[in-house]
Write a protein that binds this ligand. Structure first.
Ligand code: ADP
Ligand code: MG
Length: 688
């Protein structure tokens, strides 16, 4: 087993390279798993365990069943296979009940480290191969503290070139350092809830003494994660309660005037959401509301109605979009909605020339411009408002929540805050994550929208699908092609999108080569904007893009959404891609390309084909794949390793304890270790 070769004892903050056996190459691999320090390694929890704790007598070993055997080595030797020249180590193990042949491929050193007469555990599956043979089993010499076999063995998340087997001794060597971990749960809470101490929990979670101890360790670790989140959320809630906003008096005839001016009738869901928002605006306490609805459910009108109300009462509002193109689009829409009321709408984006910017900034500061639409670039400019009553942010998760505070005005009042998203976040989760976030949901589509026809394209239908796409383009329509990230190293999707582009330009649609464009994460935002706008103008017929580049834009002429490797995406995400088409008068299609053959993947994709709502799909995702896939969730906070966001009892316990603690110690003066933990949420909740 590797030993730590450092003179002073290593500390949790030391890099993993202080451990023997961690070369530059392994350092890079560990980094891929998010492990750079010893602390990271210690807190890299197993994904699951293999139960090798039951020892099977050799006579009962059956082919094809994972088994652990304890036996003495009767014979061991190494030789080369004639064919392919592989190094083969072969041993005969025996116990009271019988003998078992064991072979290892390409591990010639085994014949030197294992000797005749040694007692070892082996764990693996036996095959029938002219008698029972166990191939490449995990093995370990019998000792009082088995590490790899004969116990609950941790299985870690692996990456290319880094196996659980490699990680185990590394983790084991740093386990004693768990003593140095901060205990950040309040001292009185541990005995009251009979929780394990933190160091003990960390040790047990890697190498549980028993299944019962493992449960207790997990319980404690899940609680601490949820508890920190709940403390942060409760602190944010208390802080917000202390702030005031500009009340915008609710006026029935103003609301009616807006609704009557619309070229369509609001859906019921829009009416309810608008009413909730207008009620919030009338309060002195700042609104903190999330407006959720599928792509196309009509969130913009609801926001415009709130902005109209604010303007009518003499206050300013601002609407922030994640990209310049979206900001322009919003500005057009909002302007046309507010035009009948002579309410001016300004647009401020990165490319707004200084000559236009200066007078606009002045009229914002003087309170003459009631409505501003822009990108976050404008926040960086430090725009000053005179009477900002309402901030609306579209697809907030791409901003970072903290930025909303940058949109401030002089004085102590903060604006009401509305964020809009197409990510289906169930109500309970919203409450959990944000503590005090109110949610309005548009669960109804405006009438007359034709559903997007969705189909699964197996490999043998690919050529037909391309013919179909060609016909659409020849008929003047446009096409999105989304490609998945295939390699971990291709984080920005440069490679996957480039390959797709080349395939389409050279092999599939050579006649359209000049009208196929590429969008990926390496492009500068100005380049992205330029490509999007030529797609918008129709010069580009086929837009190849990775999922990392959000194409959240209205292109009514786009009728086909083609998704490569559809099985690699979350369902809610596929649904959002689908929402990018079907916005015009023509029939639209979403084509899910997949090579997947396993029933589970096909069943998932079938759910998208049968056209479920984003919420239904998000729930299916949750059950099958967990939270990680819900777009945007990760940006809201750190990932949970242990806690489940669906565990209602855990959430409520953690919330109760958080409230209890803050009632006793509102500033956490007595909990310095807990305060340090809160830093992970500082930005999310804008804690100061
Ligand atoms: P999203 O929720 O995706 O932001 P938008 O606000 O962009 O949706 O609305 C999508 C389209 O639906 C817009 O063209 C808008 O004018 C239209 N729309 C919104 N509400 C209604 C409605 N109640 N009836 C008919 N069309 C509507
Ligand atoms: Mg929108």
């Amino acid at each position: 087993m590797p030993r730590l070769h450092v003179v002073r004892g290593p500390t949790l903050d030391d890099p993993v390279t202080v451990l023997t056996g961690v070369s530059d190459k392994t350092e890079a691999r560990l980094a891929r798993l998010g492990i750079t320090t010893i602390r990271d390694l210690l807190l890299f929890f197993p994904r699951r365990y293999e139960d090798f704790s039951t020892i099977t007598p050799i006579a009962f070993v059956r082919p094809g069943v994972k088994t652990t055997v304890r036996g003495r080595i009767y014979d061991i030797g190494a030789h080369q296979t004639k064919y392919k020249r592989m190094a083969l180590t072969e041993a005969i193990l025996g116990d009271d009940s019988g003998r078992l042949r064991v072979v290892w491929f390409n591990q010639p050193w085994l014949a030197r480290s294992l000797h005749k007469g040694d007692e070892i555990f082996v764990a693996g599956e036996a095959d029938l191969n002219g008698g029972l043979v166990m191939k490449n089993p995990d093995h370990e010499k019998v000792s009082l503290r088995p590490q790899n076999v004969a116990r609950l063995v941790p299985i870690y998340r692996e990456t290319e070139g880094l196996t659980s087997k490699w990680l185990r001794p590394k983790v084991q060597s740093v386990l004693p350092l768990a003593d140095q971990l901060d205990e950040f749960l309040p001292a009185e809470l541990l005995p009251r809830r009979s929780f394990m101490a933190r160091d003990e929990a960390v040790r047990q979670v890697h190498y549980p003494a028993s299944a019962a101890q493992l449960d207790r360790a997990k319980e404690r670790l899940a609680f601490e994660e949820m508890f920190v989140l709940q403390v942060a959320a409760q602190m944010a809630k208390r802080a917000r309660k202390a702030l005031t906003a500009q009340p915008v008096r609710f006026d029935d005839s103003t609301a009616r005037g807006f609704v009557n001016s619309l070229p369509f009738k609001l859906t019921n869901a829009q009416r309810v959401a608008a009413w909730q928002i207008l009620q919030d605006l009338a309060r002195q306490q700042p609104m903190n509301r999330l407006l959720e609805g599928d792509v196309g459910s009509g969130k913009t009108v609801v926001a415009a109605m709130a902005m109209h109300h604010a303007a009518h009462a003499g206050f300013q509002s601002v609407l922030l979009a994640p990209t310049e193109i979206l900001a322009r689009q919003h500005a057009d829409v909002v302007q046309s909605l507010l035009e009948p009321f002579q309410i001016d709408v300004g647009l401020l984006v990165g490319s707004t020339p200084a000559s236009a910017r200066k007078p606009m900034m002045a009229s914002l500061a003087e309170g003459q411009l009631p409505v501003l639409v822009g990108t976050h670039a404008l926040i960086e400019e430090g725009v000053q408002f005179r009477d900002l009553a309402l901030t609306v942010v579209d697809e907030q998760h791409r901003f970072g929540v903290g930025q909303r505070l940058a949109v401030r005005q002089k004085g102590e009042r903060i604006p009401h805050f509305l964020s809009m998203t197409a990510t289906p976040i169930p109500r309970t989760l919203g409450l959990t994550l944000f503590g005090d976030l109110d949610i309005s949901i548009l669960d109804e589509m405006p009438p007359g929208r034709r559903p997007v026809k969705t189909g699964l394209v197996p490999p043998e239908k690919r050529a037909d699908a391309y013919d179909f796409i060609r016909k659409q383009v020849n008929a003047g329509r446009q096409v999105f092609v989304i490609c998945p990230l295939i390699q971990e190293s291709d984080k920005l999707g440069v490679r996957s999108a480039t390959q797709e582009l080349e395939k389409l330009q050279h092999d599939v649609f050579p006649e359209l080569a000049s009208r196929i464009a590429l969008l990926h994460g390496r492009l500068k935002s100005a380049e992205k904007e330029a490509i999007m706008s030529s797609f918008q103008r129709g010069q580009v017929a086929i837009l190849v893009s990775t999922s990392v580049v959000e194409v959240g834009i209205d292109i009514p002429n786009a009728t086909v959404m083609m998704i490569e490797g559809a099985d690699r995406f979350g369902l809610a995400q596929l649904h959002q891609f689908r929402g990018r088409v079907g916005r015009g008068s023509e029939e639209s299609w979403c084509l899910l390309f997949t090579d997947a053959e396993d029933p589970q993947s096909l069943k998932r994709l079938q759910a998208v084909v049968t056209n479920k709502s984003g919420f239904d799909l998000a729930e299916i995702d949750l059950e099958l794949r967990g939270w990680g896939d819900l777009a945007g969730y990760r940006q809201h906070g750190k990932d949970f390793k242990m806690a489940s966001l669906l565990d209602a009892a855990l959430i409520s316990d953690a919330q109760t304890e958080a409230v209890r603690l803050l009632d006793r110690d509102p500033t956490l003066g007595g909990e310095p270790a807990l305060r340090r933990q809160l830093s992970a949420y500082r930005q999310v909740f804008a804690l100061d």
